[in-house]
Design a binder for this molecule. Sequence first.
Ligand SMILES: Cc1cc2nc3c(=O)[nH]c(=O)nc-3n(C[C@H](O)[C@H](O)[C@H](O)COP(=O)(O)O)c2cc1C
Length: 405
Amino acid sequence: MQKRIVLKNCGLIDSKSIDSYLRRGGFAALEKAQKFMTPEQAIEEVSASGLLGRGGAGFPCGLKWKIAREQRSDEKYIICNADEGEVGTFKDRYILENDPFTLIEAIAISGWAIGAGKAFIYLRAEYHRLFDRLLNAINQAGRKGFLNHLDIELREGAGAYMCGEESGLMNSIEGLRGEARYKPPFPPQKGLWGKPTVINNVETLMNIPQIILNGSSWFKAMGTARSKGTKVFSVSGDVEKPGVYELELGSRLSELVCDLASAREIKMVQVGGACGRIIPVELIDTPLAYETVLGSGAVTVFNQTRDVIDVMHRNMKFLAEESCGRCTPCRDGSEAMLEILGRLARGEGAGEDIGALEDLSSVMTLSALCGLGQTAPMPVLDTLKYFRKEYESRVEQSIFLRTIG
Ligand SMILES: Cc1cc2nc3c(=O)[nH]c(=O)nc-3n(C[C@H](O)[C@H](O)[C@H](O)COP(=O)(O)O)c2cc1C
């Protein structure tokens, strides 16, 4: 069953009118925070809620805010990551289209809490159509006096997957190439232009007003031991009802893809986008939680007609193309994996290919500079675990064909 917390206003307000949002209690959380709480108390409430980042990495939101709050600096920044470049992810787009005001209110709260005077919304280039809608929401909130403490600027993304990764994103805002930065220092200590910066995903921020209004205990009552609240998923692939669904964390993958999205004859599901985990149909009851499998919220279903190696080859093609190229393990490792997967997909594999894929995976996972290179081999490793026979028979077939031909 869906539980709409983040999506509670979607379809029920006019996304172009702040009055419509105000009629549903909009900006009451900002007012409550500013009138009845100190910034430290608001941060404590967010920390106590257990809210983890919804952009993929699952970092505790309150901790990020606390670190940024504690830094001494003449300027601090909030960045809302609306780049949404992850393959199969379209939940932030749905939120931005249907409820931009909650996001603006959340950014206003976070800016006030950490002591930032400037915020950026980094909007995926392909979401150009949403630019005016967001600008309208910012302007209306400003005219009503809700943004007196914070200047919110909209920036259009650079059209690269890597610009959704937080350090690439900051480079992009600064006008540099969208490449990964070395960490530490982490953004809450030293981020945009070297100043303390909190970067949060759209969906993470959407939870803030309700945590402030209803309290951390209300939020914590939903979910599992480590995964509190709900999660918004974008489901696509071999399903009858693709779309955006919100479920309590801990709900089963089968509920999402079979009951809600009407998937049939499933072979496997990829959870978390191009670098996401592969779940074979035998494990379809896996709970959707940070303890097990999660990521950005992209859920792509593959049915029995799909060829695992072909899927992995196309997946790696995307990742190799999108590697920023700054570190060798990701730049060269993804190209080498692509070459091997291409050979296997064409029926030209060799006996050592499977071992080579495993070796390259461990080098990339251990030594790549950012999340892209570190997690790019994950789907391949998962398919090697669950569908190894398909790889082995492809190699055997290739050797046989070479022998007779
Ligand atoms: C290659 C790559 C792409 C990413 N793309 C996005 C993105 O489009 N949106 C997003 O919110 N986070 C993305 N992330 C995660 C961000 O680096 C960062 O963890 C996130 O914005 C932090 O916000 P959160 O703590 O609220 O999740 C990406 C990470 C990687 C490695």
